[in-house]
Ligand binder design. Structure first.
Ligand code: PEP
Length: 250
């Protein structure tokens, strides 16, 4: 059976002192969970998060990285830099990066490869816009994004990729896909993985749902057949609320 992986995406929120306070409180609330817990924090909080999560079951991730090893990319951070301080996960291709920072399927694919080359585990976001959904294009878009993101990866790497299905119309809007709809979309993504990488990889790859996950809807979403946990934005900023989501099965 696949494990559940629940990751928080703080986006551009939280200062170092808030990070320390948060982890102090949150770590006590999630210490007994068997679910995997990840906090994806801003670059400036990474060091503080890593130090304070050291003796806990909380893993730390970044929210982006550049695909190049090093060089003249002012303001960017490489996979090697993240790895060197102990970061384990990195979100790649979040819709906000695709929308505001010209992230493309091609750059997403390059970043995933660079992440693996440096020992980082990618959490790769895919998802359709409202317009695409209303035009009946959901499945086509999310399977295509999945295919392009994973192109050229080895089976073992695909197995170790986390995909987050995040319908763009559900992110930060309070609108959630119904558990049934989200599960169907995730089945389609898993089907695409099966087609290209086989049964074993498809059965093992973790595919999360993201989009206005809260403690009030987490259980219903995470207990479906194909949703293996969540990528949580807004609700992950509150330690008590995020802990309830992590502990949805208690
Ligand atoms: C996200 O940032 O990935 C996200 C899903 O945000 P929210 O939970 O706030 O919709």
């Amino acid at each position: 059976m696949r494990r559940k992986v629940i990751a928080g995406n703080w986006k551009m929120n939280m200062l170092p002192n808030e990070t320390i306070e948060y982890i102090e409180k949150f770590s006590k609330l999630v210490k007994d969970t068997k679910n995997e817990v990840i906090l994806c924090v801003p670059y400036t909080d990474l060091f503080y998060a890593l130090m304070n999560a050291q003796d806990t079951n909380i893993k730390i991730g970044a929210q982006n990285m550049h695909f190049a090893e090093k060089g003249a990319y002012t303001g960017e951070i490489s996979a090697q830099m993240l790895k060197s301080i102990g970061v384990e996960y990195v979100i790649i291709g979040h819709s906000e990066r695709r929308q505001y920072f010209a992230e493309t399927d091609e750059s997403v694919n390059k970043k995933i490869k660079a992440a693996f080359s440096n020992g980082l585990k990618p959490i790769v976001c895919v998802g359709e816009t409202l317009e695409q959904r209303e035009s009946g294009l959901t499945e086509k878009i999310i399977t295509m994004q999945t295919k392009l993101a994973l192109e050229g990866l080895e089976e073992e790497q695909v197995k170790n990729t986390i995909i987050a299905y995040e319908p763009i119309w559900a992110i930060g809007t309070g609108e959630t896909a119904t558990a049934q709809d989200a599960n169907e979309s995730i089945k389609a993504i898993r089907g695409e993985v099966r087609k290209n990488y086989g049964e074993d990889v498809a059965d093992n790859i973790i595919i999360q749902y993201g989009g206005s996950v809260k403690s009030s809807n987490a259980k219903e979403l995470f207990e479906t057949s194909d949703i293996d946990g969540g990528l949580v934005g807004g609700a992950s900023l509150l330690p008590e609320e995020f802990a309830k989501i992590v502990n949805y099965d208690e």
